[in-house]
Design a binder for this molecule. Structure first.
Ligand code: PLP
Length: 360
């Protein structure tokens, strides 16, 4: 007897229905071809990079949608397989792509756990997708009754380590949440994972991507790798999710100069540099945190490249910072009233901040 099995992946079940039949834009680059004379993409034969004072081979041509050298390098670095990785314009673009791929405007919602990174909610709002703004507990953990709170939200955004609190959620807790919601996407934003005590083993859930089809991990080169201006980030998930997101992504999300810079940053020597900078930033972060505590601030455990400090006299601190040319981040969120977030910086600037705190 013949039975017909209709393969229905989670990605297909969650995707916006109009995407199921959508054929992605066939750019000249995607169609490709073989030959020596490339006149298929209305490109220029002239490379004018020199006019901008730089020399970039091939910049007159459209780049690959997913530059293979970059994807190889990130796969090597993250230990996630290549077909589970999408590169784009920062983790912010990945957030937006997930919402655009899976949420029906005016109908679906995402859930996030505040206080947290603001772009999950903003991205959703720009597409008329609802925001189920849930609260982290008093010690910035996921709520115990998470399943009743999440309701029908299609995507859960969990920032780990969390910005702006710097707190971290244990990996087994995250795995339980992933298991608890097999029919929702659980997106773990690991923008600061390199600053976590022992990255890759203790906190990152990237190694669980093979195991759970509903898990998405976000990464970026903006923080530990020091490339915020280059705009390069990664979405990592099982190939079905990636394939669906690739229907929505722009044809050329990674500019050629960016993929060259990013690929170099992910070389063995680039990774070594990143690691030594992370170490030094963390050392300066410890010194800064100690100075903040001596000043009388309450500081949270800092698992990212920043420390959140709560002051009794926040106005006075803000005035002193402003007067001495220090730009740190304050918040409107009532739970973060009297709080200032300080990004870790180099030794010289840290010394300056410590002296300044001493003098207030
Ligand atoms: C900075 C940050 C991002 C944005 O990263 P880009 O790659 O620069 O877009 C995403 N998530 C969190 C939690 C961040 O702090």
């Amino acid at each position: 007897m013949m039975t017909q099995t209709f393969v229905n992946t989670l990605a297909q079940r969650l995707a916006r229905p109009e995407l199921l039949d959508l054929k992605p834009y066939q750019s000249a680059r995607r169609i490709g071809g073989q030959g020596d004379i490339w006149i298929n993409a209305n490109e220029s034969p002239y490379n004018n990079a020199q006019l901008a004072g730089v020399s970039i081979e091939g910049v007159n041509r459209y780049p690959e949608c997913q530059p293979p050298a970059l994807i190889d390098a990130y796969a090597q670095y993250s230990q996630v397989s290549k077909d589970c990785i999408i590169a784009g314009r920062g983790a912010d673009e990945a957030i937006e792509l997930l919402i655009r791929t899976f949420c029906i405007p005016g109908n679906d919602s995402i859930a996030c756990f505040g206080p947290t990174y603001g772009m999950y909610a903003i991205s959703a709002q720009t597409f008329n997708v609802g925001v189920n703004a849930l609260r982290l507990t008093e010690d910035y953990q996921l709520p115990a009754d998470i399943s009743s709170q999440v309701g029908s939200s299609k995507i859960l955004f969990i920032c780990n380590p969390n910005n702006p609190t710097g707190t971290v959620i244990e990996k087994n807790t995250l795995e339980q949440v992933i298991q608890q919601f097999p029919n929702k996407l659980v997106v773990v934003d690991e923008a600061y994972i390199e600053f976590c005590s022992s990255f890759q083993s203790t906190y990152s859930v990237a190694d669980l991507i093979d195991k759970y089809e509903n898990l998405v991990v976000l990464r970026t080169l903006s923080k530990a790798f020091g490339l915020a201006g280059a705009r390069c980030g990664f979405l990592m998930a099982n190939p079905d999710i990636c394939e669906m997101v690739m229907r929505v992504i722009a044809p050329y999300p990674v500019p050629l100069p960016v993929s060259e810079i990013a690929t170099n940053a992910l070389s063995p020597s680039g990774i070594k540099t990143m690691q030594s900078q992370v170490m030094s930033l963390k050392q300066n972060g410890v010194r800064l945190s100690e100075a903040l505590v001596s000043y009388g601030a309450h500081v949270l455990a800092a698992n990212g490249n920043f420390v959140l400090a709560q002051f009794v006299d926040v106005e006075q601190v803000q005035q002193a910072l402003a007067k001495h040319g220090v730009v740190a981040r304050a918040y409107n969120d009532p739970r973060l009233a009297n709080c200032i977030r300080f990004s870790f910086t180099n030794t010289q600037e840290t010394d300056y901040l410590i002296r300044l705190l001493d003098s207030i």
